[in-house]
Design a protein around this ligand. Structure first.
Ligand code: MOS
Length: 760
């Protein structure tokens, strides 16, 4: 029998694997949402509110409607019915701004869409949108910078169960044990500081884009730059009153999202509504300015951290009270206390939160939501405590290492933070640090060395997948999840290859399409951990089906053997007692039986939000940062970074390293550069361009050393893989501010660090 099928020889999981979609991207063949064109397609541009609080009195569309090439100016009166969408179990039906677009004439934030110009070309649509005259009844917007919770507690309590399950705790007391206030009062050493993080805006290179098309009056197809096709389908089905199976959402490639594309925004529904009214495909691509207004941002936070400790460094009390901005319309919970209850051992703890309603666009998840601002505050306080106690900051953390998750009262599935510290201190050379401010120099520069620990939740979302073995020796793996630039195409190929023995370049990966088996949101760093068991189960089922067919089909070399006598390994079917060497490649077997394919489906359940977990599942890590400071010219640079991650088994170390490096670059931005500023007069994000919203680029960061520990977490899934997409950003800013203190003696407690802060 000929053996044309190539067989995989080494395990694809854990191998440094270049992107399987890399050549499509570098050759420009990969189609991003805005690359799709359809016959008769029209272009839409929204009309943005230029006040942040008020009411629309008049919308004058006459001039715009008369422009040649304009097809329609849609607004409240003529857009047609758009229903409200509510969250459904399984992370569906979620949008951060819950009010459907054009539902009323109330303006809640600058940039809110008031009308939509649709024309034959983008340029005409833009000119028409600009020609719409809006008259407002204006009120002073609330964009105050002092954060004081003004949420109505009754309203918070009245929020429905499903929203609570989705968006966080229902009362302001997030976590409590012992008596934190009393223990703090009695503590010999106290830290009581308030930390502020600014609003930050997601700035993926790819702008939000949507193209909507109605195949019939009841069938909608939407191409969208989304981190969750399945959720978007359920939102659109609700908004247009359609059965879910009549809506198809496609998102093949994303120029990233960082959480801003996790849940859909109002422009998706507007494009679909306009396409319905005109019976033509409608494309809507936001401008960079619009990216700052109506499609989410990380909430500004103000966090008071009170630490009480014994003189030996043992924590006796931890209080974390935080307030964050939210819009008038959203339910987003910025869970700054995510890591507080479990990161350290402390008998007395209290975490509370409050929200401040503002006339700004809806706040949203942004890479490491909650934990990133939260750990900045708590890790900063730990560093301040270490300084106060004259204890090395690494040692202080070791002293307070918990045995279990004291917040949940559960053992950790796998926690190797101490090993992270060990490797990090060694690679960085931490033992040569002298703790006195300004005491370290190199080449005439003052050095500052700082560090911080970090963590991020690990869990699984519901995932289904299918695996197909084909008679040409190829395989196909499919799942309606997305590759947001992080490498999911490659991960799915690796997982399928591992089980089937089909080499990576012979595995076809299908994702980003709701017609595929439902898959998880690309969020929470949970895709790899969620899809791995589903793909494995699908492959197992395909293989089981193959063995059955091999045993039952007349003409099969294995005919009349019970299927239990047969086995599959490395792409070959064989009789167990004869061994794999005498096996038949599955492609040969399929051809011989005149079968094109054999299929298997797999499913793995969610563990996210499990009310009765047996383990606390988290990833851990730490950062060591060196800054150089030149007081003569007020020049601060991050000059060295060592980051160590305990993320379970790393399926693709190349993609994994890329995730951590990207997060660290974002961390440099968070510490030193990023800050969305709102105009107190009109509520507009002022620095709404890539020229004015400054992010870290290659010139801002040194080579970044990334190390992964290898402790597979089999309690998460059989691969042992947890997520690593977000954790690299957590804690990083605290390491930078501590390094800055070490170099300059200045404690900056409001991000980003400004040069003015250091000129004292
Ligand atoms: Mo991430 S903020 O869950 O996309």
């Amino acid at each position: 029998m000929s053996t044309t099928q190539q067989i995989q020889t080494t395990s694809p999981i854990g191998r440094r694997t270049p992107r399987v979609d890399g050549s499509l991207k570098v050759t420009g063949e990969a189609q991003y949402t805005s690359d799709f064109h359809f016959p008769g397609m029209l272009y839409a541009v929204p009309v943005e509110a230029t006040v942040a609080n008020g009411r629309v009195l008049k919308l004058d569309t006459a001039a715009a409607e008369k422009m040649p090439g304009v097809r329609a100016i849609f607004h409240r009166e003529n857009i047609g019915k758009i229903f409200r969408s509510v969250p459904e179990p399984g992370f569906e039906g979620i949008c951060e701004e819950r009010r459907p677009p054009f539902e009323d004439d109330v303006v809640r934030y600058y940039g809110q869409y008031l009308a939509l110009a649709v024309a034959d070309t983008f340029e005409t649509a833009k000119a028409a949108a600009d020609a719409v005259r809006v008259t407002y009844e204006k009120e002073k917007p609330n964009v105050a910078t002092e954060l004081q919770s003004d949420d109505d507690p009754e309203a918070v309590l009245a929020t429905s169960e499903v929203i609570l399950a989705t968006f966080g705790p229902q009362n302001r007391l997030e976590s409590e044990r012992g008596d934190a206030k009393a223990a703090f009062a009695d503590a010999p050493i106290k830290i009581d500081q308030t930390y502020v993080t600014p609003a930050e805006t997601h700035n993926p290179i790819e702008l939000h884009a949507t193209t909507a098309m109605w195949e019939s009056p009841n069938n909608l197809t939407l191409y969208d730059s989304t981190q969750g096709v399945v959720n978007l389908r359920s939102v659109l089905a609700q908004m247009f009153g359609l059965p879910e199976e009549n809506v198809r959402v496609i998102s093949k490639f994303l120029g990233s999202g960082f959480g801003g594309k996790l849940f859909p925004w109002t422009h998706c529904a507007l494009a679909a509504a306009a396409a319905r009214q005109l019976s033509k495909p409608v494309k809507l691509v936001l401008s960079r300015k619009m990216m700052f207004q109506a499609v989410g941002h990380r909430a500004r936070t103000q966090q008071r951290v009170q630490l009480g400790a014994a003189r030996d460094g043992k924590l006796v009390s931890l209080q974390h009270d935080y307030v964050y901005d939210r819009s008038m319309l959203d339910y987003h919970h910025e869970d700054c206390g995510e890591a507080t209850a479990y990161q350290y051992s402390v008998p007395n703890l209290r975490v509370t939160f409050g929200r401040a309603k503002r006339n700004i666009g809806a706040t949203a998840d942004m890479r490491g939501p909650g934990a990133v601002p939260g750990l900045y505050a708590t890790e900063s306080a730990m560093n301040e405590l270490a300084y106060e106690l004259k204890i090395d900051p690494v040692k202080l953390r070791v002293i307070n290492e918990p045995k279990i998750d004291e917040g949940l009262g559960l053992p950790f599935s796998s926690r190797h933070l101490l090993e992270c510290f060990e490797l990090g201190t060694e690679k960085f050379g931490w033992s040569t640090r002298t703790p006195e401010v300004g005491s370290m120099k190199r080449n005439g520069l003052t050095l500052g060395w700082g560090m911080a620990g970090c963590s991020w939740i690990a869990a699984r979302f519901l995932a289904e997948a299918s695996v197909q073995l084909r008679d040409d020796g190829t395989a196909r793996v499919a799942c309606a999840t997305q590759d947001i630039g992080t490498g999911t195409y490659t991960i799915l190929a690796q997982l399928a290859s591992q089980k089937t023995g089909v080499p990576l370049d012979k595995v076809e990966v299908a994702l980003g399409d709701t017609s595929l088996p439902p898959g998880p949101l690309s969020g929470g760093s949970m895709v790899t951990g969620s899809v791995a068991p589903a793909v494995f189960a699908a492959a197992d089922n395909a293989i089981a089906s193959l063995l059955n067919i091999a045993a039952m089909t007349p003409g099969s070399p294995f005919e009349k053997r019970p299927p239990t006598d047969l086995a599959f390994e490395n792409g070959r079917v064989f009789v167990k007692v004869e061994g794999a060497a005498r096996g038949v490649p599955f492609a040969d077997l399929l051809r011989r039986l005149n079968l094109r394919v054999v299929n298997g489906n797999g499913r793995s359940e969610t563990t996210f939000g499990n009310p009765r977990p047996k383990f606390s599942t988290r990833s851990f890590g730490c950062h060591f940062v060196e800054v150089t400071w030149q007081p003569e010219m007020a020049r601060l640079r991050v000059s060295r970074v060592v980051t160590v991650m305990d993320g379970g088994r790393i399926v693709n170390p190349l993609a994994g390293r890329n995730q951590i490096e990207g997060a660290v670059v974002m961390g440099i931005g968070m510490a030193l550069l990023e800050h969305t500023t709102y105009d107190p007069q009109n509520g507009a994000p002022i620095n709404s361009s890539l020229a004015d919203y400054v992010m870290a680029v290659n010139a801002d960061h040194p080579p970044i050393e990334v190390y992964f520990l290898d402790f597979p977490d089999k309690k998460i899934n059989e691969v042992g893989a947890r997520g690593i997409g977000e954790i690299g950003l957590a804690g990083f800013a605290a390491a930078v501010t501590d390094a800055v203190h070490h170099a300059t003696g200045v404690r900056v407690r409001e991000l980003p660090i400004k040069i003015e802060d250091l000129l004292v």
